[in-house]
Design a protein around this ligand. Sequence first.
Ligand code: SF4
Ligand code: SF4
Length: 339
Amino acid sequence: MEKTLKKENFNSLITGLKDQGYRTIAPKKDNNLVTLDEVQSADEIHLDHVQTNNSIKEYFLPKTEKILSYTLEKNKVSIEEPEGFAVKSVVFGSRPCDAASLPIMDKVFNWDCSDKFWVERREAITIVTIACDKCDNYCFCTSVGLAPDSKEGSDVLLTKISDDEYLVETVTEKGEGLIKGLETVFSDPVAGTPDRQVASVEKKFEIDKIKPWLDENFAHKIWAEFSMKCISCGACTFVCPTCHCFDIVDECTMSKGDRVKNWDGCQFKMFTLHTSGHNPRSTQDQRWRQRIMHKFKYYVEKFDNILCVGCGRCSRVCPADMNISEMLEIIATEENQKE
Ligand code: SF4
Ligand code: SF4
């Protein structure tokens, strides 16, 4: 189904969503940062940016959350499971690369067991993506098989067709239901082919060159060279829509406690520290290699997907100016030279 949406109707859209019981999350400007955050009206929405600082993942995998509470009384343990964590929501205006991360992450969260927190939130949240009409040098979606107007993971895709109008394409039944429920907000498209304003993202490397090189070069000196500048701050893993490591801790007294899931990251030295004191990844070159291997080799072998959508956030946020696409370009070139 195709419709159009005028910018002047954004307020009616957000009000209509609220009337139907949806929480709306959208890009919002706070000083110099644009973040995906809850909005109450369209006036708070900011769309003149390349990429939000945070990714969509925190609405499915929060930074921290209680996964159960327990009470010990004599020899009896009572468990209470959280409820109401899957809030009916619309993420409005996320980028196509963020949306594309969701079906990739579905694979790991439904792998050996189904993670109810992820699965129930996936059901409760509808994704209305806006195709990128601008990009920067950090973007490389086209190098990992995506595009600035990819539909993967979106329920509805909006594409700018003039300064004040968007083409609306429904991608899933869920998206179609959302549009039908708000019919007065949308218009029928005018005849003819609209001028879709979509960014042109340069292809930086051939993705097919990456895994064959990784397969052969676990012990290559390049890992030390790549990681020289890295200060192990972990910012790259926290902003990444596809990094999904977490830790589980008990916050408790003698008689009761909460079991809490917190984001963790492979770039932290303590991430792999064993109780014995042994650390299988005690140096930063080992940790950086792990990040690249996980995304471009191990996840591909296990789930047939690259664990990267080319959003460029990790490079934008890095205080040491580590640039993942430049490194992948070097790897692809090394692989080329073997031919
Ligand atoms: S953000 Fe940069 S410095 Fe920090 S862990 Fe990641 S690569 Fe290293
Ligand atoms: S690794 Fe970097 S570019 Fe790839 S999805 Fe994560 S943040 Fe984006």
